[in-house]
Design a binder for this molecule. Structure first.
Ligand code: 5AD
Ligand code: SF4
Length: 475
């Protein structure tokens, strides 16, 4: 399995050329670039949809764009620095194209509000995650010579009625957001400040979107939320008033609804929260073959005291109980995680507890980070960022080294198995090879033969590298 040290910024995606008739901004060109988590990529598809409705076409060449929008991430400081560098580049390009509107969207827009516009003078427009419906007006304001800002957070915006324009290239696997915001307040995390209160989206609109994706040829959907396990829709409330006495749809039930769209539509989801993940979710996964056996279950630390400081809402024992439940209810389920090295006050013993937990679980893969203090968070207000940089680095390296061993071990254990693989795209290595994923989310590279992108094929795993499995189609 692949090991990703920095999940953010490792990939950017630009819109394919897409046009639809619309009003207001007819003929204008939009260049849209996204950083950070899957939710941001999904939001960019909502943004593209809103602007294409207004007459925009998307372009992959920022130099020819009338409007450049960059959807940003604030999760760690280095994520923000990379966006600043990118904005500086766009500002240089703007010298040859003075009419160009440069806008910042997403978490940095929300966190920094007017700062990028007024103090740093890097952008003309700032729109937070709940303000995308306003983008056509904001762009118009800028074109009229003003600076435009909307960073209002909403309690009910879910963009449920907007049919996102798919910006991915393969047409096989798509994101569908099911909740927005986060109420958890993990002490290290800026997300509750940048994305606001948690709200769930109407399940009917989720099912409709998944069915539309299937009909358009997609064969996999990933249901997205900061904490999918807290998905909760009160069926009588129209999304506004939560009436605890009325029946609700929870995440397990939502998954069953989506699984029923079509047996050939694979369901994935991210992110699970150890404190909220119920056995019902696991039973739904076990019951439906098309819900993939793979769970991303961030642990952050293997030490209970540390987890308290992180305000994660579970202990090491609770987490291990959830892992045991996964292994009991869904044998052969892949588990991945997120780990933070060097959070405030982390002792060597606490770090060793993370190492020992990793040995107990043996994750398929992990996203591993050094702690980066974020303004306004609980940790920034309450604790000192006191683990020296070189200690953070050394602990992170130990974590990465161990994870590489585990990934390799799990990859090797797949050799000899025959797996159902969904073919996603042509392999980067060779035009004659394709990449697909197993149910358990392992990447497999194999000769294409007569398989088409979007097909399910049976592949015998013959070998592996550190990053992926290698195999051949069996008929
Ligand atoms: N520093 C380092 N990593 C962080 N994450 C969230 N906030 C921080 C931070 N301040 C990590 C967590 C989370 C993932 C998305 O990013 O591991 O699960
Ligand atoms: Fe951040 Fe915790 Fe919410 Fe995840 S669950 S987005 S880590 S506050």
């Amino acid at each position: 399995m692949s090991i990703t040290i920095e999940k953010d910024m490792d990939e950017t995606r630009q819109g394919e050329a897409i046009q639809m008739e619309g009003e207001g901004h007819k003929g204008k060109k939009l260049y849209l670039e996204s950083y950070g988590c899957a939710m941001n990529f999904s939001d960019s598809e909502v943004v593209a949809s809103i602007l294409i409705q207004q007459g925009f076409t998307t372009t992959q060449d920022s130099d020819e764009a009338d409007v450049v929008l960059i959807n940003t991430c604030s999760i760690r400081d280095n994520a923000e620095q990379r966006v600043r560098n990118r904005l500086t580049q766009f500002n240089k390009a703007k010298r040859n194209n003075p009419g160009m509107v440069i806008g910042v969207l997403g978490c940095m827009a929300e966190r920094l509000k007017k700062q990028l516009l007024e103090e740093e003078q890097l952008v003309d427009l700032v729109a937070g995650p709940d303000a995308y419906r306003e983008l056509p007006n904001l762009i118009q304001e800028v074109e009229g010579g003003q600076k435009a800002v909307n960073v209002l957070l909403s309690r009910d915006e879910t963009y449920a009625d907007i049919n996102p324009v798919r910006l991915d290239k393969n047409g096989v696997s798509g994101f569908v957001s099911i909740t927005r915001g986060c109420d958890n307040m993990c002490s290290f995390c800026v997300v509750p400040f940048t994305r606001g209160r948690e709200r769930s989206r109407d399940p009917q609109t989720i099912v409709q979107e998944c069915a539309a994706l299937f009909n358009a040829g997609y064969r996999e959907v990933t249901l997205l939320g900061q904490n999918v396990d807290s998905y909760r829709w009160n069926m009588t409330s129209k999304g506004k008033i939560k009436d605890e006495t009325k029946p609700t749809t929870n995440f397990a039930q939502l998954m069953e609804m989506v699984a029923a769209v079509h047996p050939k539509l694979r369901i994935r989801f991210s992110t699970s929260h150890p404190k909220d993940m119920t056995d019902d979710v696991l039973h739904a996964m076990a019951k439906h073959k098309n819900i993939c056996n793979y769970i991303h279950l961030p642990v952050q630390s293997g030490n209970t005291e540390m987890l308290k400081r992180m305000n994660r809402g579970y202990s090491r024992e609770w987490y291990m109980n959830r892992v045991a439940a996964i292994n009991r209810i869904i044998p052969d389920c892949g588990i991945s995680t997120d780990i933070i090295a060097g959070f405030c006050g982390e002792t060597e013993e606490e770090h060793q507890d993370t190492i020992s937990l990793m040995r107990e679980v043996e994750y398929d893969s992990a996203y591993m980070y050094k702690y980066s203090e974020r303004p306004k968070t609980l940790a920034q207000r309450k604790f000192e960022d006191d683990v020296p940089e070189e200690v953070k680095q050394r602990r992170l390296e130990e974590i990465i080294e161990l994870q590489m061993q585990h990934s390799e071990k799990i990859n090797k254990a797949q050799i000899g198995k025959v797996e159902e693989v969904l073919v996603e795209k042509v392999s980067r290595r060779s035009d004659e090879q394709v990449m697909g994923r197993t149910d358990r989310n392992h990447k497999v590279i194999f000769d294409q033969e007569d398989a088409a992108i979007g097909d399910y094929v049976h592949v015998k795993i013959t070998d592996c590298t550190r990053a992926s499995l290698l195999g051949e189609i069996v008929k």
